[in-house]
Design a binder for this molecule. Structure first.
Ligand code: PEP
Length: 251
């Protein structure tokens, strides 16, 4: 039985005060960590205080990206060692916005997945096709390649701890969500690829989220599906009441 995981991705939103009060507002209301894993991925500047505020609750704080090197001449980057030092145990890796605007590639995603494990960080590894790729019927090919490269060199034991977020790019922040059937089909493809790379048992353990305009009104349709184990949520994760509804739907 896979434990559902609902993760918010705030992107470059909120002030420090808003970030901290969000955690204060939700932390006493999230369902138990036995039912659902709740993660809020926030701008790096707010992580420490959010994590302090979330201490002892069932809310986990995550980063939105990290570098694969521990330290060095990487101006502006976020070190996985620094995240570990702050007690941060999740990071989104390879979000399509990072791939599109910050030149992240399947190769750097793979390096980051390796680095995440070195620092005790659970990677939430994103994959997903563009609108053009979807219209050219390339979804399966694209997602297969992203997953195969992302998991390269990762042992079966570690692989089962990776969270994969399938996020069709055309559905992110657009209000155009994928149908639950289509999302489940591609999440099923991700699981099939994992079974080919490892074995069925490992593939069955990996949690796969759907992401792309998920909101309280449509999350149930996704959560009912066989291969969907949660959601990575942008816009609807910014308001405490909406985020709590999403987490409750995941439980
Ligand atoms: C995201 O940022 O990963 C995302 C899915 O955004 P939204 O929910 O706003 O589409």
């Amino acid at each position: 039985m896979r434990k559902p995981i609902i993760a918010g991705n705030w992107k470059m939103n909120k002030t420090h005060e808003e970030a901290v009060s969000f955690i204060e507002e939700i932390k006493g209301h999230v369902p138990s960590g036995n039912e659902v894993e709740t993660v809020v991925c926030a701008p790096a500047l707010f992580l420490k205080e959010m994590n302090d505020k979330a201490a002892g609750s069932d809310v986990h704080i995550g980063a939105q990206t990290m570098h694969f090197e521990e330290s060095g001449a990487f101006t502006g980057e976020i070190s996985p060692a620094a995240l570990k030092d702050l007690g941060i145990t999740y990071s989104i890796i390879g979000h399509s916005e990072r791939r599109e605007m910050f030149n992240e590639t399947d190769e750097s995603v793979n390096q980051k997945v390796h680095a995440a494990f070195s620092y005790g960080i659970t990677p939430i590894m994103c994959c997903g096709e563009s609108l053009e790729q979807r219209e050219n019927n390339e979804t399966e090919k694209v997602v297969r390649a992203q997953v195969a490269k992302g998991f390269e060199g990762i042992s079966a034991e570690k692989a089962s701890d990776v969270v994969v977020a399938y996020e069709p790019i055309w559905a992110i922040g657009t209000g155009k969500s994928s149908s639950a059937e289509d999302a489940d089909e591609t999440c099923g493809t991700v699981r099939k690829v994992l079974a080919e790379l490892y074995d069925q048992d490992t593939a069955e353990k990996v949690r796969i989220q759907y992401g792309g305009s998920v909101k309280p009104e449509n999350i149930d349709g996704y959560m009912e599906k066989e291969h969907i184990d949660g959601a990575l949520v942008g816009g609807a994760s910014l308001k405490p009441d909406a985020f709590l509804k999403l987490v409750e739907a995941g439980a």
